[in-house]
Design a protein around this ligand. Sequence first.
Ligand code: SF4
Ligand code: SF4
Length: 134
Amino acid sequence: MTEYQCIRYALDRPGVLTVLPGAQSIREIEKLLAYENQPEETLDYSIVGSFAPPQASGKCVYCNHCKPCPMGIDIGLVNKYYDLAKAGDKLAVEHYKTLEKNAADCIQCGHCDSRCPFSVRQSERMQEIRAFMI
Ligand code: SF4
Ligand code: SF4
């Protein structure tokens, strides 16, 4: 994976607010800072799905490779808040409730299911999230 994919992956983990990549020169620091200007395609780390262990199958890693959702749901973020909420993070529930679109907007189209490299049955999970986050 590229350094940009690694940074995005780390930032997507629940509870991670920042990352501190190592650098050996000004040039490397400048390259890392260019993370902020990278397009979404460059940050897409869904390739990890091709070398993830079998036990990782079916688990959402919030990569958003399944986007676009026709309803505009930020699928990765909704799942991250859900996992945090299940772990007891009450703030995650509050954040979830401020989202413009959430699991309640899912129309079960299945587009995300067909796009997920981790074989997550996301349309089913959206129903689960909807029931939990009331
Ligand atoms: S459902 Fe799959 S593609 Fe979508 S965010 Fe989760 S792991 Fe990534
Ligand atoms: S199944 Fe739901 S979350 Fe997935 S793409 Fe369709 S509307 Fe979006």
